[in-house]
Design a binder for this molecule. Sequence first.
Ligand code: HEM
Length: 466
Amino acid sequence: MDTLTDLPAFHPPVPTPRQDSPGLIGLLLALRRNPLTTWTERHFREKVIVGDGVLGRIMVANDPAIIRHVLVDNAGNYRKDDLQMRVLAPGLGRGLLTADGEEWRLQRRTMAPLFTPRNVAGFHPAMNEAADRLVRRWRRRPDGRIVDVSLDMTRVTLDVLERTIFTSGISRNPDALGRAITRYFEGLGRIDPVDIFGLPAWIPRIGRLRARPAIRFFEEMVRDLIAARKTLLAQGQPAPRDLLTLLLEAADPETGKGLSDLDVNANIVTFIGAGHETTANALSWSLYLISQDERVRTLIEAEIDRVLSPGPIVADQIERLVYTRAVIEEAMRLYPPAPFLSRAAIADDDAGGFAIPAGTVVTIAPYVLHRHETLWRDPSAFRPERFLSPQREEIDRFAYLPFGAGPRVCIGATFALQEAIIVLASIVRSVRLDLAPGHDVDPLHRITLRPRHGMPMMLKARGKGV
Ligand code: HEM
């Protein structure tokens, strides 16, 4: 008997893999509409697929040993490829996500201490306050009211970032900041054909033109916030221990040098850009999956009712919410918030017997890897138990990559997981959510993996509230 696959399970919707690769025009159209629809059956079955096309040589790697080679063992031979940079850099500047070479190494060394488990634990109160605000708002609604969970998860993750970066009250106009951030990233979220063909940065991208006023407003606001905090620190006045203060005080452990104003600015934008929609999607997909599986819903509600009491969720409780964490991890397996990573080989290389000539783009797609037939049992089924001991120990470190791996692994992974657990547990403690009847759930890859038509769900109060 197989304890994992004997469990009844929900198989959530995704585009059916194609039988054959689309031609060039078909590929471009599919990339624009939804890159998830470009994957073929072979990608989910074969460990390595290499192809030469107009975009150069591309290797799709689903072999944990090759992935480990590219991301860890020989990471120095691989850089982030140009397409990612063209899509992300105009919005994020030279922050940690888009910096390269020595510039990246210096920033990473300087910022690593910001995200230690101890510092992240210092953010639990801010995470609880943001979750609380959302749940209180929802509890004021009558039972049966439909809310767009996807929109509210974006709001709550932005609220967490505002509180952990700037601390509430420092930003003079938090709602305006929230709106500006949303508009700023909306303008950047689409892969433009102009980027695919690598045309120069001065050629206007329509989405970005539309976002220009929001970009200006947002950038000015961040500049003002940095200036105000620097004055406070220079005067020796007590300043909140948020990410802004930590960034301004950060020093390279090797040289003692701090970050420039431009670096601080780029990294604030990067933390918001890399941290809000990703975490929001992990939460939306978790809530959707829970709503579709009564067995999982019963188990997660029971755990949360057993572990939590009213009031803020503390570190020791987070550790005991093992099933809740497994639900989030399984949601990120099925719907990885960052569904696609890629690297370009700098010099000729060889991985597991496969030649990788210089210039090859190695594609590591968590969306495909996490559903690969050779790596997972019943890959399309929603079964959080995979992430509980002892089954968990069977998962290869390089078969599950929601946060990437190696030197460029997500610096915010601990932050994101703690936040997701606090927000999800706060929600499940106080409300039950059911998908709006007749709603069509359609996963869309647009830098992150989000529900195309939002996630309208029906609210019902449960438990004693917050
Ligand atoms: C569920 C939420 C999140 C997911 C799934 C996620 C995923 C990822 C992945 C896959 C990478 C590696 C990209 C690559 O190797 O090409 C990455 C990098 C990064 N993430 Fe996250 N992330 C999340 C939340 C956050 C948060 C909350 C922050 C900051 C507060 C953050 C900041 C960053 C930064 C700065 C990098 C670049 C690191 C470097 O290159 O050194 N992320 N993230």
